[in-house]
Ligand binder design. Sequence first.
Ligand code: KG4
Ligand code: ZN
Length: 336
Amino acid sequence: MARLAVILGLETSCDETAAAVVDRDGRVLANVVASQADLHARYGGVVPEVASRRHLELAMPVLERALEDAGIGLGDLDAVAVTEGPGLIGALLVGLATAKAVAYSHGLPLVPVDHLHGHVASLYLEPDPLEPPFLLLLASGGHTLLADVTSRAGMRRIGGTLDDAAGEAFDKGARLLGLGYPGGAALEQLARNGDPGAYDFPTPMVGRPGHDFSFSGLKTALRYAVAREPDGGAGRRAHLAASYQAAVVAALVGRTGEALRATGRRRLGVVGGVARNGVLRAALAEMCARADVELALAPPALCADNAAMIASAARFLPAIPCPDYLVRDAYASLRT
Ligand code: KG4
Ligand code: ZN
């Protein structure tokens, strides 16, 4: 497989319009992310049709900005990489159509990338690229999974969530506590003034066979706790946030520890929006230190959706020559 020298990445699977330029060695030359979070906040979640329309407006300006930041033009590119799925189908189609048009107009090859593989490839970028084999924990707003990674070209899923994703658990918990969308960071902020031991929430699935997660019962426990004392005031909300966050973190860390023991892996990679959470980062560091496991946390700027991770993944995947990719279609659901 010919190694591509300069890759333009595009990512539009949810509510971030992102473009990035990455070179073959994994150096990020530009990384532009335009978040639509404010646009969707008033609805309490992402509205797919609104997201697609906004991607349409932002795709070209964001792409041009990335090229400008990298100090290059379209003629300097060797390939275009784009998220093909999973995600919101309309949103994905805007990115895919944009990528096809840009690649085709310059006779460039196209590399379709799976969004989850993209998250993993955030660990392969400079300055500190992670070498497989390792166990992967991906915790984002749309997905939560554990995978065994033996090659940079993919991963083998060993467990996932049976219901809500970890980020969804944070977002729904935040909503119950009267915080805005997306609520993960706001919940972490509120929890700083609370006691994580004030409420005894369950840590779902820990100790059970297999490597799956479940967060919907925890969310229901929070709903009941909130309903029990509706006038508890700000102090109680902080205690609830801290205790709820502690339970989500304990579930993630507990299940990951079990998967490390089951697979015998000595390295752990952690990616996705929830990996920005400071309490989770600290708990994973403590668990890995105790188990003598090397820990690689995605840098906070590359945890949430971005296109540098998509261009990074493309370095290890086959490029489709021009114009064979014009028939490619996006996919909404999980393939990993
Ligand atoms: O990876 P990402 O940007 O999008 C998906 O691919 O889903 O992840 C977004 C998720 C949201 O659910 C958001 O609430 C969560 O990551 N998140 C956090 C924090 N920052 C973002 N969750 C907990 N603590 C945070 N500090
Ligand atoms: Zn994502």
